[in-house]
Design a protein around this ligand. Structure first.
Ligand SMILES: Cc1cc2nc3c(=O)[nH]c(=O)nc-3n(C[C@H](O)[C@H](O)[C@H](O)COP(=O)(O)OP(=O)(O)OC[C@H]3O[C@@H](n4cnc5c(N)ncnc54)[C@H](O)[C@@H]3O)c2cc1C
Length: 413
């Protein structure tokens, strides 16, 4: 062995190697998916997003972005764009069973939001803004979904419904409340779904009511009908919500059973409800679901982690679904910036779970206001609304919405 050989054996070579980029697959291009894609890309990952829908759907129901989540969209550079899309909801008017006005209040006084700071945008506008920000840096596969996941010591082997298979360093489930990734990883949804005792039917209908920038909410005990006019548009968002002791399994299997159930619950209702039921019959965008939360003891297993509604849907009663999805995406990607998947996923849970739980626990505060279930609860709610109307105060926002201060994550060199 020559001296040079010996030196080669004992000294490290000085060749500088850059670590290969880690690869990530994200299932779902709603709110959490594109936000996670943005931040993983920033932290040096090569990202693919697979979405079962063929394309983006614009419009959709309005969602809120509040508190800590505002800092996420600011750091992504899309806050000004979202401000332009802000729905300026001016009045929230509560009605009794006969359609008589109970109270008309500024929306933030009951939602816990902060007027002038919080955002309310159409869900489709939010997802489009997120998508536009990342589409040039990330691979999107539309009209496809994950069929199987198989974890090995060095990656996750994925097969796709559309055919083909690939291996990724990590996989993320951002596929919403009824997440298939969660099912593949942790088992049936029933283990984690906490039914909150309500069902709802959402759809759009013609705005024959002359409504503009306002929400009308009709209540009788255990039933609510809402008409939400986002702008001076031809269409309004209609929402029929009702208590139901158990999740109605028939209604999920059969669209006809769904319409029949809603029609029977609201059969004797007054106000605009008969017109809403007629519109529901013809609606081609009917969205029927139970109101529930996802509560999981762990959000990851091996090289696969969940984010957004897939991991911790808070239900629309909290109005925090989009905000949790945005904050969760930021925290998950940041936790992986200088860590491997094991340490990164542990850090994600450690730093984010308290914020998530605090916001999921807000549910008790929303349902009593919007959907009182007994005559007594409805009466108390109406008294409370009349007080608000008489002495409106500047809302400071709920502390839970801002309970996490975003850390600055250092990207891996
Ligand atoms: C009627 C209604 C009103 C709401 N109101 C509010 C509100 O006022 N404020 C608020 O903050 N939130 C509200 N929400 C909730 C909010 O929309 C969600 O919490 C939020 O969008 C969560 O984002 P996400 O990305 O986790 O899930 P989603 O937005 O549900 O996105 C999941 C994505 O995954 C895709 N996907 C599903 N399965 C698969 C699969 N197998 N493979 C590939 N892709 C898949 C879906 O097509 C979708 O694009 C409301 C929800 C509803 C239904």
């Amino acid at each position: 062995m020559t001296r040079t050989d010996r030196l080669r054996e004992t000294r490290p070579t000085r060749t500088v190697r850059t670590a290969p980029k880690r690869t990530a697959l994200i299932s779902g291009a709603g709110v959490a998916g594109p936000a996670l894609a943005f931040w993983l890309n920033r932290h040096g990952f090569t990202v693919t997003v697979v979405e079962k829908a063929g394309t983006f759907r614009g419009g959709g129901h309005p969602v809120d972005v509040r508190g800590t989540a505002l800092d996420v969209v600011r750091r992504m550079g899309i806050l000004p764009r979202l401000r332009d899309m802000h729905i300026d909801l001016r009045r929230l008017t509560f009605l009794d069973g006969d359609g008589g006005e109970v109270a008309s209040v500024a929306p933030h006084t009951v939602t816990g939001g902060v007027a002038g700071r919080d955002l309310e945008v159409r869900r489709g506008d939010l997802t489009a803004a997120l998508y536009t920000t990342v589409r040039d840096d990330v691979e999107f596969l539309f009209d496809d979904s994950v069929d199987t996941l198989h974890q090995t010591g060095h990656g996750v082997d994925v097969t796709f419904r559309g055919g083909g298979s690939r291996t990724f360093d990590m996989v993320f489930g951002a596929d919403g409340l009824h997440s298939r990734t969660r099912e593949l990883l942790f088992g049936p949804e029933g283990r984690f779904h906490r039914y909150l005792g309500y069902c709802f039917a959402g759809f759009t209908m013609r705005n024959t009511f002359g409504l503009s920038h306002e929400l009308l909410m009709w209540n009788t005990p255990g039933r609510a009908a809402a008409l939400y006019a986002v702008e001076d548009e031809d269409a309004v968002h209609a929402l029929l919500t009702f208590t139901h002791p158990e999740p109605p399994s028939d209604a999920f299997r059969d669209p006809e059973a769904r319409r029949n159930l809603v029609a029977s619950v609201f059969a004797d209702a007054g106000w605009k409800v008969p017109a809403m039921l007629a519109a529901l019959n013809d609606a081609d965008d009917l969205f029927f679901d139970t109101v529930g939360q996802i509560r999981m003891p762990r959000w990851s297993s091996g090289r696969v982690a969940l984010v957004g509604d897939a991991a911790y849907a808070p239900s629309f009663l909290t109005g925090q679904g989009s905000s949790l999805a945005l904050v969760g995406a930021y925290m998950l990607a940041g936790s992986l910036a200088d860590r491997d998947h094991t340490a990164g996923f542990a850090a994600y849970e450690h730093t984010t779970r308290e914020f998530v739980t605090l916001n999921q626990d807000q549910v008790g505060k929303g349902d009593a206001t919007l959907f009182p279930t007994t005559a007594r609860a409805l009466e108390q709610r109406n008294d409370m609304l009349r007080d608000i109307e008489a002495t409106p105060s500047a809302a400071k926002g709920r502390p839970a919405h801002s309970a996490l201060t975003l850390p600055d994550f250092t990207p891996r060199p």
